[in-house]
Ligand binder design. Structure first.
Ligand code: PLP
Length: 433
């Protein structure tokens, strides 16, 4: 029963350092958020001790009466948070993460080597939506299935629905996945449904990034048109790290979908559920259903719009010229900078961002942009005026990167980045700034 500091001061020290980093830094990674203490308490509870393979009422282990109660509660809250009728929608709350739910849905809906289409990674899609390169099939979704990416219209940088329709006509996918990791605009689910219907394909929406905004009715709802909707629980939804799979129950087409999804999660892709996570997700979903959360989601979008407008006023280029959701994609290519360099400079300044491909980048490995999200700063109660100050910091960080590159050539910027990448030398780098 001794505390962590006594049993393992090394790990305790690492946790303390990370706590300070999160507390003192400016967190702009679009896939991250700062969850509540209540969620963390549930996540760190004795529920981590319990095995419960199976589903409520049908487990492979004894002693699950409270775990059953918890999982039923979590399902109920998940449906409530998204305003779903339990007669029409069901949910599996066991996926360990986004990558797990993606493979589970593929397992449930289609056969090995069937065809699927997802938004290409360089255009903002996620790895698990069928990503591969000319050299390599990178993810299970491209190794075990035939995948063809769709993309953005280069003139608008919006989803090219016309191109997608044409591609689908010849490729004949069994599944189209919509949803993204880096797309600053909303989705046209009605058009996607029509494309799927004309080709006999399933439609899955992976709303991992935007689910909190969908729950708060700030974005279009995929539930009106999709067969399956998935989300991680730790991005805009602000819970612990996990995943949810929502599946339709109404209508003849969906008779066995519940069983297929449940069997795909366990035993096909996972073992025992992480019950501490399910408890933490249940608590997060309770918070999502409160009126304050709706206000939070509205503020996340207002902050992202403010960030976008401020960067445009400084004269920078944004993909699609702005945002409808929680993120902004900043195209650094006109400045002659890469996303990775600016990411490193920002690290030294205590601003956490990530490099990201922007439309037209040849490779996702050397991206020409950065992705900025406002979910975490909004959780720290930042409003539009604060975000303008953050934009001014970003402006100065980028100007510093340009200066280093211009005045001293790329070598100095490379040295600067190298210095920033080692812990001891990082202090020197910080002084340089
Ligand atoms: N789906 C989307 C759209 C994502 O953006 C992500 C992660 O960022 C995932 C799935 C995978 O989630 P995880 O990292 O929890 O596996």
């Amino acid at each position: 029963y001794a505390p962590l500091a006594e049993i393992d001061p090394v790990v305790k020290n690492i946790i303390d350092k990370e706590t300070w980093r999160q507390f003192s830094g400016i967190e702009l990674i679009a896939s991250e958020n700062l969850t509540s203490l209540a969620v963390m308490e549930a996540n760190g509870s004795v529920l981590t001790n319990k095995y419960s393979e199976g589903l409520p009422g049908a487990r492979y282990y004894g002693g699950n009466e409270y775990i059953d109660e918890l999982e039923v509660l979590c399902r109920k809250r998940a449906l409530q948070a998204f305003n779903l009728d339990p007669e029409k929608w069901g949910v599996n709350v066991q996926p360990y993460s986004g990558s797990h739910f993606s493979f589970a849905v593929l397992t449930a809906l289609i056969q090995p080597q069937d065809r699927l289409m997802g938004l290409g990674l360089p255009d903002g899609g996620h790895l698990t939506h069928g990503y591969y390169t000319a050299k390599k099939k990178m993810t299970a979704s491209s190794i075990y299935f035939q995948s063809l990416p769709y993309g953005l219209d280069p003139s608008t940088q919006l989803i090219d629905y016309v191109g997608l329709r044409k591609q689908a006509k010849t490729f004949k996918p069994r599944l189209i996945i919509c949803g993204a990791s880096a797309y600053p605009r909303d989705w046209d689910y009605k058009t996607l449904r029509a494309i799927c219907d004309s080709e006999g394909a399933y439609l899955m929406a992976d709303i991992a990034h935007t689910s909190g905004l969908v729950a708060a009715q700030q974005l279009n709802s995929p539930f009106d048109y999709c067969d399956v909707v998935t989300t991680t629980t730790h991005k805009t939804l602000r819970g612990a790290r996990g995943g949810l799979i929502f599946f339709r129950k109404d209508g003849a087409n969906y008779e066995d979908l519940e069983k297929r999804v449940n069997d795909a999660v366990f035993p096909a892709c996972q073992g025992g559920p992480h019950n501490n996570t399910i408890a933490a997700v249940a608590t997060a979903l309770l918070q999502v259903s409160q009126p304050e959360y709706k206000e939070y989601a509205r503020q996340v979008i207002a902050n992202a719009r403010t960030l976008g407008s401020a960067l445009l006023e400084y004269g920078y280029r944004l993909q699609t010229g702005g945002t409808d959701n929680h993120l902004v994609l900043w195209d650094l290519r006109p400045l002659g900078l890469t996303g990775s360099k600016v990411e490193k400079v920002c690290d030294l300044l205590g601003i956490t961002i990530n490099k990201n491909a922007v439309s037209g980048d040849a490779s996702a490995q050397t991206p020409g942009g950065i992705r900025l999200g406002t979910s975490a700063l909004t959780s720290r109660d930042m409003k539009e005026e604060d975000i303008k100050v953050v934009a001014s910091f970003l402006h100065r960080a980028v100007q510093l990167s340009i200066l280093l590159q211009k005045e001293a050539g790329t070598k100095m910027l490379k040295d600067f980045v190298r210095v920033a990448t080692t812990e001891t030398e990082g202090k020197v780098g910080a002084k340089m700034v």
